[in-house]
Design a protein around this ligand. Sequence first.
Ligand code: SF4
Length: 375
Amino acid sequence: MSSMSPADNLALEKALAIKPEEIIDEITESGLRGLGGAGFPVGRKWRTVREARSDKKFVICNAEEGEPGTFKDRYLIENFPEMVIEGVLIAMHAVGAKQSYIYLRREYGKGYESLKKAVRGFPPGLIKKFGSPEVTLWKGPGGYICGEESALIESISGRRAEPQSRPPYPTEAGLFGHPTLINNVETLANVPLIFNMGAEKYRESFKKIFCVSGDVKKRGIYKAAPGVTLRELVFNHADGMKSAKRFKLALVGGVSGRVFSSDDLDLKLDYELFGNGAIIVLDESRSLRDTILNIAEFFAEESCGKCAPCRQGTSRFEAILKRKYKNKDGSKDMEVLKLLSTVMKDTSLCGLGRTATNVFDDIVKKFGQEVLMTS
Ligand code: SF4
């Protein structure tokens, strides 16, 4: 990955020289959207926090990268920590926040050190001119659910990391009840680029980071414009399959994402499809029923247990799959699994429960329910 370059604080200087509203106009003009998976327009989110009435506001950079198959945020904070910090500082200036947190995945020790060094390395004069904002590095307790916005806020507040119902949204009443802007690492790392290049040039040349892993020759991080196809990512960027075995499927957006079969290789990956940018590739030797079971075990383990549809649903799903695989019967079980999947999607409190069975649904739809018994 090449086009990111270390920050020289120029973007921050430029942003400080204009009014906060003008910064938000520039971000809006750039077309930047949330790159953690949601794809929400960043300018709109910043404006909501800017316009919220409160004597205190916060910015949180979400670096709790818990989705299997994603490692781009780790790459950015380890290699371009100044850009992340600069993005945080510009966001603070734009929304009117004096305090910010970078919420890091516990395992990202090297990233933590890089960020710490980068925070200390900002010129004191510039920071003073900026009103001496506070940037706190915060290590999460660990767990997939800590990356969910409201759970992350609970965690910083000293409570158990459990998702909360919305509304209110964090932009209205977030950390300690104050308006809070939450953006992920990749989103904030793009902010200095907008000020260095200008919104129009940035918009025309924007590239998203994809994490390609699994059965490809060159696993890694690749930048490509939205609209890139899976074929280009797998066969050009990642240099194709690692053995003579053919491509079977890819989990686009990680284990909570969607399944792309070989029929989908030429679909254009846009915001609605690429999610967080994780692409996990499986070759024809992989067992689909093992894939489904691994994912079911993962979500049963990671469910926080707060709401019944997910707490019961994920563990029942895992248990039924295991029983079905053992007994090798099961049209009745299949109906129950499908029903459970629908109920979890419709009634779970947060994204974990609502997406835990996406891969199961897609595999059954694309490959037929027989794969659960035979492959
Ligand atoms: S859906 Fe799952 S992870 Fe989310 S609140 Fe409910 S139990 Fe917790």
